[in-house]
Design a protein around this ligand. Structure first.
Ligand code: AMP
Length: 395
């Protein structure tokens, strides 16, 4: 796997695909600088070598050139976070981009305008990719969040750098972390899968059954399994058409010697609301008019034991409706157990949009071994896909 550490960037122009798709408030202030910070190690190394950095990114989903999606809004923040004076050019191609690049000297950073101002970016247009490629000597992909897209700047561009293409440090770390969980893992390996629906996680579950010793299934998915097993789930979320699949998964897990842990009790509510009445019951005895919205205390004790005995832990998806205070306990406790296991030497990887949000909200970010930066990309890797942005560099 070639990374920027395999290159010396002295006198070279590195064209880096970063993911600076950051949230902005109504005054165009950047409200979360994580993604900019995440790219800093890659940029630092190239500048330290004596190279020049050209940054390209998308921002939002513009329809053509829309001022509110201009990357000019983030230039000051980039300068501050990266600790260098970041230059900006109002196009990502054509003569003004070329001129800005020609004026760049070693040690300088230039940010190009939003790639998605051109539909050719998302279409993966070859000519557009070639124009972008003409701006740099070495192509670096450091954008995990878009690595599952075959866009011009994330994938197609790589073919114009047969020798001079590599991963940035962030993307390399994502790939290594996932490898450490799925392929080079220390046993026992436990995956915790939560979230709302079986249908959105089914491919993940099937793919990782071969890689794990324990699988904790929680969140809304629980109830499709419980109903399929003959339990009473009241008004809990359920995908009736996935019940056969749920039974198949349980059977496959048995054949593969994977221990599945479903919640045995649940915090139930008489409405989908933080103000609803709540009580704790066995997971398969939920009365009509009530719905399970979090894992109960007995389940959490079981999950705790499994997690503390694990050497490798993967967490994707919350255990309950953590957005509401009364149903956040399971997700918070789970975070605590994983943090404790990590402190005791386990490797823990958290990925997928909502669990990352939960980890940040409840302050566990520093206590996990690695928190992934890409939601969709992470899920696709867990499903066993080779992401086009990664394949294009390995090619
Ligand atoms: P996902 O995007 O599939 O990972 O699902 C995340 C969402 O699942 C979160 O917004 C949670 O509120 C929701 N969720 C977790 N547990 C439950 C549950 N028991 N019932 C309904 N929604 C749930």
């Amino acid at each position: 796997m070639k990374t920027i550490n395999n290159f010396n960037f002295k006198d070279k122009k590195a064209i880096i695909r970063v993911d600076f798709n950051v949230p902005l408030d109504e005054n165009f202030n950047v409200t979360d600088v994580n993604r900019i910070e995440a790219a800093k190690p890659t940029i630092d190394k190239i500048l330290a070598d004596g190279g020049r950095v050209i940054l390209m990114s998308h921002l939002g989903r513009p329809k053509g050139k829309e001022d509110k999606y201009s990357l000019k809004h983030i230039v000051a923040t980039c300068s501050k976070v990266l600790g260098v004076n970041v230059k900006f050019v109002e196009d990502c191609k054509g003569s003004i981009a070329k001129e800005a690049v020609d004026n760049l000297i070693n040690g300088e950073v230039l940010l190009l305008e939003n790639l998605r101002f051109y539909p050719e970016e998302e279409a993966g247009d070859k000519d557009f990719a070639k124009e972008l490629a003409s701006l740099g000597d070495i192509y670096v992909n450091d954008a995990f969040g878009t690595a599952h897209r075959a866009h011009a700047s994330t994938t197609i561009i790589a073919q114009f750098f047969p020798e001079n293409k590599c991963f940035g440090l962030l993307l390399a770390k994502e790939i290594e972390s996932l490898n450490r969980v799925l392929n080079n893992s220390e046993k026992p390996v436990t995956a915790i899968l939560g979230g709302s629906k079986v249908s959105s996680k089914i491919t993940v579950i099937e793919n990782i059954l071969d890689k794990v010793d324990h699988m904790i299934i929680g969140g809304g998915m629980t109830f499709t399994f419980v109903k399929a097993l003959g339990g009473k789930i009241g008004n809990s979320i359920c995908e009736d058409d996935k019940m056969d699949l749920a039974l198949e998964i349980l059977q496959k897990a048995k054949e593969k010697n994977v221990q599945i842990h479903l919640p045995i009790d649940a915090v139930i509510a008489d409405a989908f609301s933080n103000e609803a009445n709540i009580k704790v019951v066995n997971v398969n005895e939920i009365p009509d008019g009530w719905q399970g919205l979090d894992a109960g205390p007995k389940s959490l004790e079981i999950f705790k034991k499994v997690i503390l005995e694990s050497k490798t832990i993967l967490w994707n998806g919350p255990l309950g409706v953590f957005e509401m205070e009364n149903f956040a306990n399971g997700t918070i406790k789970l975070g605590e157990y994983i943090a404790e296991a990590t402190e005791n030497g386990a490797f823990s990887l958290v990925g997928g949009g909502d669990s990352v949000a939960a980890v940040k909200q409840f302050g566990f970010e520093e206590k996990m071994s690695y928190v992934s930066t890409g939601g969709g990309a992470m899920l696709e890797m867990l499903e066993g896909s080779v992401l086009p942005g990664i394949a294009a560099i390995l090619d």
